[in-house]
Design a protein around this ligand. Structure first.
Ligand code: ADP
Ligand code: MG
Length: 604
């Protein structure tokens, strides 16, 4: 729980390279043949231009020599064949590059997303509620299709240009080491500046990721169906857009400052490069005029110098992008390496069969909160017994439900089933024993049958069970009235989807909680809160029948529902303040009695 381990910072060139190796491994694991193809094509594309430049020199020199020496014609011919072949090879290599890129991109996006999803399903609810981790997950998912491949491609571009540069340097060295120095002088400062500014841009984005997150949230508010109703009614659109603009302006100034600085430096260093080229140009032409260089050599050196500069620029651009991509990989790694807090046990059964559900001295404080939501709560529900939990809003009832169903793992105190802490149980074994209706149950945009079926994934498609569960949840009529019965698709997000009312959804969710036949422990959090009064009375009767001889915990703010239970527990500010059966609690004249009086008064 809490913040994830701080990963290695993408702050230096070496860590950017470390992350590009990491990305390369991802790519390699995704498809070896495609990676090898990509690598070979990169090598070919890197070497072919140097070869072509050299052969161009042979051609020009051959043409000039051919006037005196007929043998030179043959050399020239073969040099042309060689040059054209190399150019052809380059065209092929570039095609192969872009094909393997496209294929790898699709495969890699799938691999990375799959890994992310596999990891996500092993996270605890607490992890999902940790904003840092949640952001990481969102960003990882959003960028999964782009970043890893982009980092690899940019590394390859860098490598390809480095290879080409090595070739150019080798050729230029024969002319003069001064030419090599000129090429590097033109390139290196720009290289260093690029690296520095990439880091600055990177730090800028890192520093402002909360602001960007907020801006993204405002965007979401304005473009999603589920928010449209209230935003439209309350006329929030212009206000939200104004906020959106404000957030942009706040960041833009700093963004512009960095960008302008970056480009001014780029301009100065670019001019330096041009000056270097001019110097080299003059030098080469003068050397040729003096007869020190052949015309062929002049052609070659000019081409090499110009292409060398191009390679330097391309390498720089690649490097700049690599920082950004490395940031993604850093984030992805931080997400994937987030420790699994949940250490699922292996116990198939309890230490004390028949002990039922036991809560001992249980306290719970939400991360980042100062007030505990539960304070030293203890109770025992024997097999066949029903316990009701009542209390004001925010008294900790739903928090208790999440702990009883091991959505949170108890850190102070214990929740035990048959004498064994829940976290020591094998997950599947525990799941088989329990069923739950959460207060904020999910409204899956699946068919209504599947919405019931997911309550027991092993029998998810069993229509007979859907029917039985639906009947017990008093929802048969509801299903029958839907256009396609159980096969009606719910939710408006899909074509022909039907939407249910809040109360109808709750009954479908109730049926879901009754799907699992193996469950001998039932936990219901406000199961009838959305029903109308008549339906509530029917449901109370039905609950009484369902819970007879079952081990159950039922949370309700309606005391009529609570009366079904054998015992009632009153929570207040996370503490158990009263416990007993209805009559005892009424006699006591405490919080329960006053709540009961207040509710009864409402009907008089
Ligand atoms: P009840 O179900 O009794 O109305 P809850 O258990 O939902 O109450 O909430 C108890 C307290 O815990 C409240 O003060 C609420 O603000 C806080 N709380 C509930 N859920 C969360 C959460 N996911 N993260 C942080 N605090 C929470
Ligand atoms: Mg609640």
């Amino acid at each position: 729980m809490g913040a994830a381990r701080e990963p290695e910072r993408v702050g230096s060139t070496s860590s950017a390279f470390a992350y590009s190796l990491r990305a390369l491994r991802l790519v390699w694991e995704t498809s070896r043949p495609l990676t090898v193809t990509l690598l070979v094509a990169t090598l070919v594309a890197g070497l072919a231009p140097t070869g072509a430049a050299y052969l161009a020199k042979v051609v020009v020199d051959g043409v000039i020599a051919a006037t005196d020496d007929p043998a030179a014609k043959v050399t020239t011919f073969w040099a042309i064949v060689g040059e054209v072949s190399l150019v052809g090879l380059l065209v092929v290599a570039n095609r192969v590059l872009s094909l393997s890129e496209q294929l790898l991109k699709a495969k890699l996006a799938h691999t990375v997303t799959h890994v992310i999803l596999e990891r996500a399903i092993r996270l605890d609810l607490t992890d999902f509620e940790d904003p840092t981790l949640h952001d990481r997950l969102e960003e990882a998912r959003r960028e999964a299709t782009q970043r890893p491949l982009s980092l690899v491609l940019r590394s390859f571009t860098l490598a390809r240009n480095a290879i080409a540069l090595t070739g150019y340097v080798a050729l230029l060295a024969q002319l003069s080491w001064w030419a090599v120095v000129a090429l590097l002088v033109a390139g290196l400062p720009a290289f260093i500046a690029e690296a520095r500014f990439s880091q600055e841009t990177f730090r800028f984005f890192r520093k402002h990721s909360p602001e960007n997150r907020e801006r993204h949230y405002v965007e979401t508010l304005l473009t999603r169906e589920q928010f449209a109703k209230e935003i439209g009614f309350f006329g929030l659109g212009p206000m939200l857009i104004a906020r959106y603009d404000e957030m942009f302006v706040a960041l833009y100034d700093e963004d512009r400052r960095i960008a302008v600085k970056r480009h001014l430096w780029g301009l100065a260093l670019g001019l330096l490069g041009t000056a270097a080229f001019l110097g080299a140009y003059l030098f080469i032409v003068l050397e040729t005029a003096d007869g020190e260089l052949t015309l062929g050599q002049m052609t070659m050196y000019l081409v090499v110098f110009r292409q060398g500069q191009g390679a330097v620029t391309a390498a720089l651009t690649a490097l700049g992008g690599m920082y950004e991509d490395a940031l993604y990989i850093e984030n992805l790694d931080a997400f994937l390496e987030h420790p699994i807090a949940r250490t699922a046990g292996a116990a198939q059964e309890g230490a004390e069969a028949g002990d039922g559900l036991r809560v001992e001295d249980l306290s719970w404080t939400y991360p980042g909160s100062t007030e505990p939501a539960l304070r030293r709560v203890s109770f025992h529900v024997a097999p066949g017994e029903t316990l009701a939990i009542v209390g004001h809003n925010g008294s900790g009832k739903s928090t208790l439900v999440k702990l009883l169903t091991r959505r949170y793992v108890a850190e102070e105190g214990a929740v035990m089933l048959d004498g064994r802490r829940l976290e020591e149980w094998d997950e599947a074994a525990l799941r088989a024993r329990m069923s739950v209706l959460f207060q904020d149950f999910n409204r899956f945009k699946l068919t209504v049958g599947e919405n019931v079926g997911v309550g027991d994934v092993e029998h998810m498609e069993d229509r007979a069970r859907w029917e039985a569960a639906t009947k017990r949840a008093l929802a048969t009529e509801l299903i029958d009235e839907l256009p396609e019965g159980f096969d009606t698709r719910l939710g408006k997000a899909f074509k022909d989807g039907t939407e249910l009312s809040g109360g109808q959804w709750q009954r479908v969710a109730f049926a879901r909680a009754l799907m699992r036949r193996s469950a001998d422990i039932l936990v219901f959090d406000e199961p009838t809160s959305a029903a109308d009064p008549r339906r509530q009375a029917e449901l109370d009767e039905q609950l009484r029948a369902i819970l007879e001889h079952r081990t159950a915990v039922i949370v309700s703010h309606r005391l009529a529902t609570a009366r079904i239970a054998d015992r009632i527990l009153v929570l207040d500010h996370g503490r158990v303040i009263e416990e007993g059966d209805h009559d005892a609690l009424m006699e006591r004249g405490g919080v329960y009695a006053s709540l009961f009086e207040a509710q009864a008064a409402g009907f008089r």
